[in-house]
Design a protein around this ligand. Sequence first.
Ligand code: URA
Length: 440
Amino acid sequence: MDPRRTIARLRDREHVSPDELAEFIHGIGDGRIGDAQAAAFAMAIVLNGVSHDQRVALTLAMRDSGDVLNWDLPGPVLDKHSTGGVGDSVSLILAPALAACGAYVPMISGRGLGHTGGTLDKLEAIPGVVTEVSEPDFRRIVGDVGCAIVSATGSIAPADKRLYAVRDLTATVESVDLITASILSKKLAAGLDALVLDVKVGSGAFMKSHAEAKTLAQALVSAARGAGCPTQALITDMNQPLAPALGNALEVAGVMEILTRGVPVDGVPDPLLTLVAELGGTALALGGLADNAASGARLILDAVEMGHAAEKFGAMVTALGGPADFVSRWMDRLPSAPVLVDVLADRSGYVGTIDGTGLGHVVIDLGGGRKFDGDAIDPTVGLSAVAALGSRVAVGDRLAVVHAVSETEALEAAQAVVGAFSIVPDRPSVPGRIHERIGA
Ligand code: URA
């Protein structure tokens, strides 16, 4: 291999075989290729793109740059990946619900990225929980409990880890080809039988337009299938937070309310639970545990309503070092912030738009996310009772509650929250939560 020739061919839009791309990725993984060549390679792909076959080759080579787990379990190995949004605690309900339906879920998750919260940070809001576990412990928990939500070890897709760090510094993150290979390499290294993707679109998502989200969803589904993993994607709405709470412990509290409530409040389906059921039903159907996505969704709802998902969640929390009585005592166990301040509407009308990215930044500014690598996170801070899109408000009605460590920070956050809502005179049309299914 001569990496300079591969880069030149990508630069000049000449043919580069999938094998040649795979060889380049191997070079990134084993350190023969340095940051300069990796950056030039990434920029050539950002500018010129690659074909479907090349995307599959990139995905497989990045997956195979480290450990690829394989399992011998009595049920299908399933997982979900979300492209990230605000108030998105789907994974915390979905993983135990799938496990309660007979699937095994080795969910390698991330920490907060940009304005979005991270599943690992949320889970670690539970005192004692540690999500950095050894591979043998990961395998044991998945086998015993049925699900484990953990962080990636250094041996999962190391070529992606290096290339991602280079992309982050060289304005080469924004490429559907590179994003696809990056996301899938890590997911497929977990040895999945099927995968469901939640591609988010709207003010609180990375993709703001449906067209962008659809392009990414199609690329992800076709590359995952090309790599041998049955996959479907849902394009879902992120023009408002998925749940009325944002922040680590606050989102876990919302999850526990759903897991322990049993039945929908007043028969009104919870939007977060509805999305969990749609994604979970799709995964169960892909994994052969349901006839179709609709019957799979019913199985997921039953698992939640009968408390079986809560039992799995509790067993996972205990296995990760958390309290053995978390499911029954979660209200006492979760930490809470000392200062609560109501954010009030300054005019009457309807909630017309919500700047989800703005709300995500409010939570980070309160200390609920990282601004610098290695920053400590305060699990207690965030927002609760966030008003829904389209809801009617009068002057002085509550738009949200800020949870903060000090009065000053709470008041600053409250001002930013008011700015994130637009109040309009006429009832706006509110987009549905699920926009489109890709790959059905
Ligand atoms: N998330 C990833 O894992 N990789 C990307 O390239 C972008 C988002």
